[in-house]
Design a protein around this ligand. Sequence first.
Ligand code: TXA
Ligand code: MG
Length: 326
Amino acid sequence: MTTRTYRPTAKNLQTLARLLARGQLVAAPTETVYGLAADALNPEACEKIFAAKNRPANDPLIIHIATLRQAAALARINPAAEKLAKKFWPGPLTLVLPKTDKVPPIVTSGLPSVAIRMPAHPHFRKLIQLSKRPLAAPSANPFGYVSPTTAAHVKNGLDGKIPAILDGGPCAIGLESTILDLRNPAKPVLLRPGAISREEISKLLKRPVRHIRKKSPAKQTAVLAPGLLTKHYSPKTPLNLVKKISARQAAAPCLFFQKPDKLPPSKNHFYLTTNGNLSEAAQNLFAQLRALDKKHFKEIHVELAPGKTALALAINDRLTRAAAKT
Ligand code: TXA
Ligand code: MG
């Protein structure tokens, strides 16, 4: 199969929406990362996602919708979900809710729940609107590898496996959405940290939000959301995570959080942000991990993001999974 890259013209968006309506796969940008989209109501189309990504069938997909009405057809929306949707949609928040019969089992890996998100990216929204279908879309990368934040990343991983990529430029956020389990609205659980923080959610819902990784055994995480396994987002280069890169470590290849200003320039030094800006660091993270993989270093020291803000926690979550060995 030849993989064609499309510019986001009105005509091309029509063409791609038609492909989706016919059960084909289209990779397209969201504000978080590029997604590999298929008609969520067409099981054969969704099967192609699993095949192209080499994704295990027990790792369920997120369904992307453009209106609350679409969401209500797929999930049983409780008042807490409604509140969050009003405040954070469209945006980088995915809600796990009890599913309706409309959702084919392949999308949820047979689970009685479904993950739903209303993306903010205008091109992705346009594809949902023009195809008139909710779109199932995981990140558009081979299973287990770093998520793509540009069309070139998608092409790199899935060339020959999918017919179409929509090139909408680099993703604004650069990290996957926050996932919140709201099956029981009295006890919301954060399944994956993202740009929307646990505190913001907790404040809006006026109740505590538990983080699944703090208390749950790995087995439980695997059953609830296999994609949240400890090892994920994995570059080939082994990463040695540190809080602060020491002068001695700086002799070896290093990925600093912020551009070091006291060290002599080195071609083995990389950084996520020039001035400590967390949004910039998040935007650059996956592209940097991919670029570093091409250097074939034996190992690289990687500095964690400072602080406890949503983006710092999300960056460090991805780095921790990327560094995990098994
Ligand atoms: O930002 C994002 O969320 C991106 C863009 C494309 O929207 N998508 C994304 O999808 O990151 P993916 O498939 O790479 O990660 C989705 C995660 C998986 O780890 C999966 O296990 C979890 O969502 N998930 C999906 N349905 C679930 C469900 N019913 N219950 C629990 N977890 C679920
Ligand atoms: Mg993924």
